[in-house]
Design a protein around this ligand. Structure first.
Ligand SMILES: Nc1ncnc2c1ncn2[C@@H]1O[C@H](COP(=O)(O)OP(=O)(O)OP(=O)(O)O)[C@@H](O)[C@H]1O
Length: 285
């Protein structure tokens, strides 16, 4: 009879090991290590200039560490040649803070860009995939012909999210996903991210300053301060750490940072968005 075995430990999608990062002569991170586990949402917080964006850039292979290694999907980025890197990049999507849409291209062309750049895909299939993603992010086919200048802040984020997800990535990077949105749009956008995350089984790494976004999405929170990782744990544990940045960041929220509150916050968000399910499944192509 087969003996019962313990569940295997969660597999890291990203492994940052003993990384030191220099920008010019400044040390941004010193001996920083962290893992991002399959299927989790890891939020990165830290004061202005603490190196959050630089950490994302390391993970994206846009910045090289002065020491240490960064591996994604088991590939050490330092050792990847251009074709390996291109293949790894096809497995992640990035939502930049301002959306980073091309102003001269319309919504359809912006979303289609990664498909056109990376794969030899028939035109008809590109059209179908773009319309599918438009629906998934709650936009209509009529929006496809608009230019970025004709979109609201929330719509820009949705288009940028559709583009980030067009290659059906396993991993999604979000840089300040709710920055610039009003509270209602911010809640809707966060809920959309959560819907898509569970629908697509995404692993998510996000940088945020927004406590509500942490309540809504984060499985674990990594805190950068003093050039180091000073905490990495679920929100309810991080908030108990005495580091001054953590205490200041959660000032006025400490009582809410417990599992009961977080679960009730998430369920109220789900109920609020119940009337507007992700549109993709019902959309006609
Ligand atoms: N090219 C560069 N040369 C030298 N220093 C840089 C360069 N780019 C950024 N820095 C510095 O590196 C530090 C980390 O920057 P980074 O943008 O990663 O911080 P951040 O935590 O994302 O900040 P914010 O929340 O304000 O966006 C900052 O002190 C910044 O001034």
């Amino acid at each position: 009879m087969a003996s019962q075995q313990a569940a295997p430990p969660p597999v890291p999608v990203i492994e940052v090991a003993a990384v030191t990062t220099m920008l010019g002569r400044a040390v941004i991170h010193r001996d920083l290590s962290l893992n991002v586990l399959t299927g989790e949402v890891l939020a990165i917080i830290g004061g202005s200039g603490s190196g959050k964006t630089t950490l994302l850039r390391l993970m994206l292979g846009l910045q090289r560490p002065a020491a240490g290694t960064v591996s994604i999907f088991g590939h050490q980025l330092r050792n990847c040649d251009a074709s390996d890197l291109a293949q790894v990049r096809n497995r992640w999507g990035v939502l930049f803070q301002q959306g980073a849409l091309f102003s001269a291209l319309n919504v359809f062309e912006n979303i289609a860009l990664p498909l056109r750049e990376l794969k030899d895909i028939p035109k008809r299939l590109i059209t179908e995939l773009v319309l599918l993603k438009l629906g998934q992010v709650g936009l209509s086919p009529a929006d496809a012909f608009k230019k970025p200048a004709e979109l609201s802040g929330g719509m820009i984020k949705r288009v940028a999210l559709a583009r980030a997800l067009i290659l059906d990535p396993a991993l999604l990077f979000l840089d300040e996903p709710t920055a610039g949105l009003d509270p209602a749009s911010s809640k809707r956008f966060v809920r959309l991210i959560e819907d898509l995350r569970s629908e697509m089984s995404l692993t998510v790494v996000m940088v945020t300053h927004d406590v509500d976004t942490l309540f809504a999405l984060a499985d674990r929170v990594a805190v950068l301060a003093d050039r180091c990782l000073v905490a990495i744990a679920p929100l309810s544990e991080v908030v108990k750490q005495p580091h001054p940045f953590i205490q200041e960041f959660f000032l006025g929220h400490a009582a809410e940072c417990n599992e009961d509150y977080i679960q009730s916050y998430r369920s109220s968000l789900r109920q609020a968005s119940g009337a507007a399910p992700v549109a993709a499944k019902s959309m006609e192509l």
